[in-house]
Design a protein around this ligand. Structure first.
Ligand code: DOR
Ligand code: ZN
Length: 351
């Protein structure tokens, strides 16, 4: 049985680092595991200008211990009114790496998102021309559509036609949760890829109701049936470069999650790589982890691979019930809280 694992340092291609006090708690957790991360722009107000993205990037760097070497990759929050010229300037000036499409109302802080895809056609045309990736929260918001079907319906109603209109546009379908999405990406054009979270590889929708209502397992897109979880595990461990790592770590305080209208989001940053290793180990696919975690993402984005390496050892890793938050009443529940993982990250080498 394998006892040690050395990997090219991984990147997180989808994370929420928040802002203010919470940023100072969660950004170091991501920087301790990953060399780079695609940082989501769904702040209040959203990051929809080049200036806002540059300032947010500085706040992230200031929240990190010196010498962390971590590189935040910024994203633009698309709105109905964002100017194509602003998108292009931010990309050309290397302030943002990609742009995020939130259908308005689909998730946390998405009310300023796009109300109808045709509103941003000129922006998509620019992105296609300049090679800027479009990152998609792929759920329809139509209240008539069952919440468990929203991803599959988005693919049919929005994504497939969009790929037809913009054959050169690089698209990442974020945090996929269904076999429909995994199949669509597998058989789609090479300009299409998907990120997969650790939680969607570990839990199915039963976890939300195991012995009572379990807000720590609530996120969007919501976890689906077991058959979908198994399809995601097969996709992630298949070695297909169109699927890569994106944690969607999305911290909310325990109080905000355990309330009458609890927030969506799972905070998996502190043990993210261990969580993925667990899945690849269970699937006898440890040799395919490095591609998923450290190679397929940068290749899709056209960025260099990291030169550093990390080491994991097969040692019990107890996960605490709570992680300290920025204030007494703002503790965070990490994913896998109160359980023991089988692997530990031991050394992080930059380079
Ligand atoms: O569960 C989620 N939380 N899904 C999202 O799309 C947003 C995120 C957040 O920002 O809390
Ligand atoms: Zn997200």
């Amino acid at each position: 049985m394998r006892k040690e694992l050395s990997l090219r340092t991984p990147d997180d291609w989808h994370v929420h680092l928040r802002d203010g006090d919470l940023l100072t708690v969660v950004a170091p957790a991501t920087a301790a595991q990953f060399a780079r991360a695609i940082v989501m722009p769904n702040l209040r107000p959203p990051i929809s200008s080049v200036a806002a993205a540059a300032a947010y990037r500085q706040r992230i760097l200031q929240a990190l211990p010196s010498g962390s070497g971590f590189e935040p990759l910024m994203t633009a929050y698309l709105t109905d009114n964002i100017a194509p010229a602003e998108i292009e300037r931010g990309f050309v000036e290397r302030v943002w790496t990609a742009a995020k499409l939130y259908p308005a109302g689909a998730t946390t802080n998405s009310d300023a998102g796009v109300t109808a895809i045709d509103r941003i056609e000129p922006v998509l045309a620019v992105m296609e021309r300049i090679g800027m990736p479009l990152l998609i929260h792929g759920e329809v918001t139509d209240p008539e559509i069952d919440i468990f079907d929203r991803e599959a319906v988005f693919i049919e109603r929005v994504l497939e036609p969009l790929l037809g209109r913009h054959p050169g546009l690089k698209v990442v379908l974020e945090h996929i949760t269904t076999s429909d999405a995994a199949d669509f990406v597998r058989s789609g054009p090479p300009t299409l890829a998907a990120t997969i979270t650790p939680h969607h590889l570990h839990i199915n929708r039963n976890a939300l109701f195991a012995g009572g209502l379990r807000p720590d397992f609530y996120c969007l897109p919501v976890a689906k049936r077991e058959l979908h979880r198994l399809a995601l595990r097969a996709a992630a461990t298949s070695g297909n470069p169109r699927y890569f790592l994106g944690t969607d770590s999305a911290p909310h305080s325990r109080a905000a999650k355990e309330s009458a209208c609890g927030c969506a989001g799972i905070f998996n940053a502190p043990f993210a790589i261990e969580s993925y290793v667990e899945v690849f180990d269970q699937e006898n696919a440890l040799e395919r982890l490095e591609g998923f975690a450290s190679e397929f993402g940068p290749r899709f984005y056209g960025l260099p691979l990291n030169q550093g390496r990390i080491t994991l050892v097969r040692e019990p890793q107890p996960v605490p019930a709570l992680v300290e938050g920025p204030a007494n009443d703002q503790a965070l529940v990490p994913f896998h809280a109160g359980t023991t993982l089988n692997w530990q990250l031991v050394r992080r080498q930059t380079g």
